[in-house]
Design a protein around this ligand. Sequence first.
Ligand code: SF4
Length: 437
Amino acid sequence: MSTTPLTLGPRPTDPSVDHEIQSIVAGASTAETCNTDLASGPWNFDIRPGYGPGASMGDVIPTGAPRQGELPAEYRTASDDELHARIRAAKATLGERVVILGHFYQREEVVAHADYLGDSFQLANAALEHPEAEAIVFCGVHFMAETADLLSRPEQAVILPNLAAGCSMADMADIDQVEECWEQLEEVYGDMAAVDADGLVPVIPVTYMNSSAAIKGFVGRHGGIVCTSSNARTVLEWAFARGRRVLFFPDQHLGRNTAKAMGVPLAQMPMWNPRKPLGGSDAGTLADARVILWHGFCSVHRRFTVDQIAKARAEHPGVRVIVHPECPMEVVDAADEAGSTDYIRKAIAAATEPTTFAVGTEINLVQRLAAEYPQHEIFCLDPVVCPCSTMYRIHPGYLAWVLEALVAGTVLNRITVPADVADPARLALERMLAARP
Ligand code: SF4
């Protein structure tokens, strides 16, 4: 697993997904977007109870999800040029007092101001390299800011520019539902701390990095561990060395794809639907289970299909299809390769001959890679322009707002994980760092 984020240099020429969506809505492009409301300012949706335009209809926002208050009018009405000038000026004034982190899936207009670009864990580690910074502005989603808070010094403020930037997948594993699931599993398996003749406990809980701090804390308290999409196999091996089976959340697809590649039969991977008794399973199936998959998914990666791969192969003979393991199993099986964002980036960077790549991951990353490697033809497997709708809620207006507030001595939108959650959550992260292939 790489933990090295990219320090940003010159930006590629116009890989902007936002520009493309604006062109579609203006009728200047014949491409298609999943929702024309994406062209509007995110502040138009902050007060509504939902993930906003572009989110899948299957995503139900939890009632307790943070809402963003109204962005002051001066940031809503400022031109793009004015916002960029104000961000640059505030950043220059703050100097080393602030570090700006941009996720791979973040819109280009925001990434242009970031000090680092990376995946969520790479970025949380990047913050560690700046103990002098008073504030870490995380241009990602809520769980990422929580992870940065877990790993940063207590005096450092981690700021999420728009509180409405949640993650629908992380929200699918609610701590109350997970506690309830654990109680039901206890009824099936008995004492969860008791080891059998092989020295194994009944269940090791494993959570993907894309989960709330509360879930990471739960996992830490119950002898479990965190994984990323880069190290999921190593982490599952760690868990199988300690437990008879794994409870994996929130992403069923990463869990299924990883366990299947390790030889676990699909019949031994029942799904846990938190809305049904015993997760919709039965005691016999659970007794035989090796991996219990939480009923979660990423609304972005769920859009990729086997038909899209067939079309890419028909239209681009010799195309290399690489998808993210958050995609459904059939898509991963039909692709040439599957791997984390870091894997995808490195695979493209390592290609020495001009190559056509069809990539199954979030479109901001794909467009940026296409601009960065013009010697290759790189396109998103999904022809519809549909970014991660929650990440997209961080518009330059919000970045300007939080930075200018810092200049004025005010910390806005601070994300703090309470100590009783933070301590076990850190333990689960430390176990991941110590797990070796
Ligand atoms: S791409 Fe999917 S998993 Fe990542 S932040 Fe967006 S909704 Fe969450």
